[in-house]
Design a protein around this ligand. Structure first.
Ligand SMILES: N[C@@H](CCC(=O)N[C@@H](CS)C(=O)NCC(=O)O)C(=O)O
Length: 252
């Protein structure tokens, strides 16, 4: 199988796709793209959409972390990313959908907003990446990239403040799924990958790590994604962090 995976360094669904390929034992070439500029590259490569992860597999183009999971299960069924039992499968698909449609965007908005306040941190996400330009140069070009990413991802102060208010509920939901065995079971499933990579991205933030790392959701993320680049300093307004801090003080 000839596989090329297009990613953005520090992109959480890109990390999910990388782990899927590793779990399936499929060797692949990774191409690192700069955020925002990635859109033009993917268009030029004639992918149907403009987001990463984007996978070229034996000439076929597959885009989106959920779609990649399904296609990999179809082409290489073992080990499966979804359980065979229909009831368990439905539960895993629901957690995966929520991870893709809700949690992923929440994590993305929070981190871009924080990066806007700690611009040099963008360089820490490029560790181990091959962007085609020296990391120092990429960091110098970062301010307009960050501004565009904040705009494109709607990472406004208003949205991020409400994301942070919703975060304790989201973490509780993940802890509950772990307790029910939907997430964090013996074998890593598609929902584990979807959810753990978003939580892992949030763990790169000094503002949030203490509220996350010692709870089941945090342990799941660190177990499934032990290595993830990036570190954002404590930059968010303390008032925005109150809900997360309250949840940290009173663990469930
Ligand atoms: N839910 C989709 C969305 C992926 C997505 O939005 N990826 C972001 C990076 S995390 C992206 O490509 N953004 C475009 C950009 O930053 O230019 C998936 O899981 O594949």
């Amino acid at each position: 199988m000839a596989a090329t995976l297009y990613v953005i360094p520090g992109s959480h669904p890109s990390m999910a796709a990388r782990l899927m390929l590793e779990i399936k034992g499929i060797e692949y070439k990774r191409v690192d793209l700069m955020p925002v500029i990635s859109k033009g590259v993917l268009k030029a490569l004639r992918f149907p959409g403009t987001t990463v992860p984007a996978l070229k597999l034996d000439g076929h183009k597959i885009q989106g972390s959920v779609q990649i999971a399904r296609e990999l299960d179809r082409l290489r069924p073992e080990p499966p990313l979804l359980p065979g039992d229909p009831e368990r499968r439905t539960a895993v698909e629901e957690a995966e959908r929520w991870g893709d449609e809700v949690l992923q965007g929440m994590a993305r908005r929070i981190v871009w907003n924080a990066m806007q306040r700690d611009r040099p941190s963008i360089g820490t996400f490029a560790q181990g990446a091959r962007l085609g330009v020296p990391t120092g140069l990429a960091v110098k070009a970062a301010p307009p990239v960050i501004a565009a990413a904040v705009r494109v991802n709607r990472a406004s102060d208003e949205n991020v403040r409400s994301d942070l208010a919703a975060l304790p509920g989201a973490l509780e939901r993940i802890d509950d799924w772990i307790a029910e065995g939907v997430l964090g079971g013996e074998t890593v499933n598609a929902a584990d990958l979807q959810v753990a990579t978003s939580v892992r991205l949030l763990l790169t933030m000094d503002d949030l790590r203490p509220a996350i790392e010692d709870r089941p959701a945090g342990r799941l993320a660190l177990g499934i994604v032990p290595s993830f680049p990036g570190r954002v300093g404590p930059v968010l307004p303390p008032a925005w962090l109150q809900p997360a801090k309250a949840a940290e003080a009173a663990p469930s």
